[in-house]
Ligand binder design. Sequence first.
Ligand code: SAH
Length: 396
Amino acid sequence: MYLTTLKLKKDKEISIYRKHPWIFSGAFFDIPKTIEDGETVRVLSYDDKFLAIGHYQGGGSIAVRILTYKDIPIDQNFWNDTISNAVLYRKNLGLLDDAHTNTYRLQHGEGDGIPGLIIDIYNDLAVIQCHSIGVHRCYNQIAEAILSCYKSKIDSIYIRSKDTLPEIYGKKIVDTFYSGSKEETIILENSVKFKINIITGQKTGFFLDQRENRALLNYFSKDKTVLNCFCYTGGFSIYALMAGATKVDSVDSSQKAMDLLEENLLLNTFAGDHQSYCANVLHFLTDDTIPDYDIVIVDPPAFAKSIHKRHNAVLAYKRLNTLALRKVKNGGFLCTFSCSQVVGTQLFYDTIVSAGIEAGKKVRVVRSLSQGPDHPINLFHPEGHYLKGLMLYVED
Ligand code: SAH
């Protein structure tokens, strides 16, 4: 099949030799006027050596997202190989055929070698979420590849890209089932049950990247009081209760999430008390009538979605964490996270240092936390390390 060829300027191939999957528009010699967003293109060096195949998308600083460094067609075989390879990786991690966990991320964008493609598996449901128009154009082949790998284990595949594609394309599409029509399921994550709605839930339905961090609570929650800030449908809350917490308070501003949390509480068996607060976390943390907790969890949405928002995001993380540190009892723990890609590990750490000083507490780092291994980081694309967390031991 004929593909448009894009040629790089002299010496611009270095990042491709270093296997970084993005090529910025300024690196190209000339971009033909006839090229369409989403087109699959062949990338050549200044001296006409083949370098890569990728998807073109104008309008932003990244012009090409690389799919492969081999000169091969992007056809059904390519997608079958991509999905089989992703499945094999999860199998080798022990995530397939696990009696305690039937949910995981199957494709994590650049981390799994396909920029712009997210696939989450929720028991018998799969959600494909595209972040580039090039990948969106391939969703039929991607869905077929999932069906041929999973066979009858997958009941329904939902394509949910309206909010993640660039707005000009997002507004032209509707989210839709590729196969089946089942929108809800119950997942098992480390033996904890959660109800998932893949149409109305946030992102693709659940925050799978926190699975291992939620499991950490098993070691620390017995006989403790826990505050879960930004609780969504109660992930950390229910783990803590299952691990023997005596009392868990969950705070989120979304009533829809809190409604699902109530259903999730009913799905699981535990003895401790639970209380939901549909509120702004910042207001909750500044309410002096609320007592301190043994464990506080802070997992906010990304405060900075772009580099321009980073400064304000850092100020917001500092304020939030200062308040959260003050809500921890002497000898308790704070687990705090940032999922802003543009706030790097060191900047997040420094922000927490500054919150620690402001809060006037003595603080030890118990563990550094990250996204689970089904959200892998491509070695050559450090930007993929978006979830940073710290577990802190806090004393007065
Ligand atoms: N920790 C959760 C995921 C959190 S996602 C889990 O393990 O599943 C972030 C959540 O923050 C969302 O549910 C969103 O509704 C909520 N949120 C955003 N801004 C908020 C605010 N100011 N106060 C309370 N909740 C907020």
